[in-house]
Ligand binder design. Structure first.
Ligand SMILES: [Zn+2]
Length: 400
């Protein structure tokens, strides 16, 4: 049987821990300048709810918007974060809109406010930075931001005009004019190795927004056809398979992990299980499976059980659905070793990063204290697990 555990004391212990966030898209310094409430909401997942954020302070527009999105996980956690950060006891409403807006604008008059939120309020010791607008960038703060190199553009460099969902094409980014597949693969390898030398700590694959995650073995002759005039879809597929193989080979040789976006995205071949053949072909490559693979949340625990090279990155999931994150983590603890689980905030602003942190601490507290009370975990193991997931496991990745 378990023992009762003081939830508040456990939560307070978690809040004190240093954190390494495994994933974010934190905006450049100048983009935080002059930000008010509407601007902040537009740079958050609340803006992914298919209803535009109100531009002005028209009470009717605000009330209608709140009726639609005010109960969504994204909004609920961001509202809690803003109330906490700016010391406002009222909830966001048409009548309090102005107070939130003023407090946010005032704070951001300090050009370092966005960094203070990350360092002091969130206690981040380091943050993995996925700057998809400038792959591999660290915002000039290498002591805080550890860049990852987003590889999507490499899959769209078979000519000069193709592009990934961020508008990137590897050849255009690198200023090359290559029409030979071997030369292309060599150039890719050189750039990937350079990115590691320049400080990148992971390669990030966000292809679930571009295409399915089904990667078969490459075919060189067919891949070459993709680089010619009027390639067929199957040729492009073969090219992309070859590119993925090359990235995994380099990742293995230089011992850099692969961050894999799974779940939401195109919702077509984007579930984590689709990556099984790739994971099996590259047992020496660490695959950091992101976002719980939501909504297919049993895929990742299953893959963890079978493959030692599968790690779990809980980023984004507590904001998408706190209840799914609770179920996912509870199941995961049974089947995945404790030293292969990490978390990241996955946001553009310090405010929403703090919201993501609040959501995750809630998930950790509920799951871990629940397991102590039902006798599945001892209290000191629960504390150690919390510290490992918030900090130590990501530190081990950075120290590779
Ligand atoms: Zn992200």
């Amino acid at each position: 049987m378990g023992v009762t555990i003081d939830q508040q004391a456990f939560r307070a212990y978690l809040e004190e821990q240093p954190v390494i966030s495994s994933h974010c898209h934190h905006l450049k310094a100048d983009e935080h300048q002059g930000m008010g409430l509407s601007g902040l909401l537009r740079q958050s997942y609340v803006n992914w709810c298919h209803v535009p954020v109100p531009e002005g302070d028209d009470p009717k527009a605000i009330e209608n918007w709140l009726r639609a999105v005010g109960t969504r996980g994204y909004f609920v956690w961001l509202e809690k974060a803003l109330m906490d950060i700016y010391g406002i006891s009222e909830r966001i409403s048409a009548s309090s809109w102005e107070s939130f807006d003023r407090a946010i604008r005032l704070a951001h008059q300090d050009p370092d406010w966005h960094l203070k939120l990350l360092r002091d309020k969130c206690r981040y010791e380091a943050v993995f930075m996925d700057a998809y607008w400038a792959p591999g960038d660290d915002h000039g703060h290498p002591e805080l931001f550890k860049p990852v190199y987003r590889v999507n553009s490499l899959f769209y460099g078979y000519n000069q005009s193709a592009m990934d969902h961020n508008g990137n094409n590897f050849q255009r980014l690198e200023g090359t004019h290559i029409a030979d597949i071997d030369e292309y693969l060599q150039t890719m390898e050189r750039v990937l190795r350079e990115k590691k030398r320049a400080g990148c700590v992971a390669f990030k694959c966000a292809l679930a927004y571009d295409r399915g995650l089904d990667f078969g073995p490459g075919n060189r002759a067919q891949a070459q056809k993709a680089m010619g005039q009027h390639p067929e879809a199957a040729d492009i597929r073969a090219f992309q398979n070859l590119v993925m193989d090359k990235i995994c080979q380099v990742a293995e040789e230089i011992n850099i992990p692969m961050q894999m976006h799974t779940g939401l995205g195109l919702m077509n071949q984007s579930r984590a299980m689709v990556l099984q053949p790739l994971i099996a072909r590259y047992p020496q490559v660490t695959f950091l499976m992101m976002h719980g693979g939501y909504p297919w949340t049993s895929d990742i625990p299953g893959l963890c059980h079978v493959y030692a090279n599968v790690w779990v990155d809980l980023c984004w999931l507590p904001l998408i659905s706190t209840s799914a994150a609770v179920r996912f983590l509870d199941e995961l603890i049974d089947v995945c070793n404790a030293d292969r689980i990490i978390w990241g905030c996955d946001n553009w602003t310090g405010e929403e990063s703090y919201a993501a942190r609040l959501a995750f601490l809630e998930v950790l507290t509920r799951v871990l204290t629940g397991r102590v009370e039902t006798g599945l975990m001892r209290a000191d193991d629960a504390r150690r697990f919390g510290r490992m997931v918030l900090h130590d496991n990501a530190r081990a990745l950075l120290n590779r």
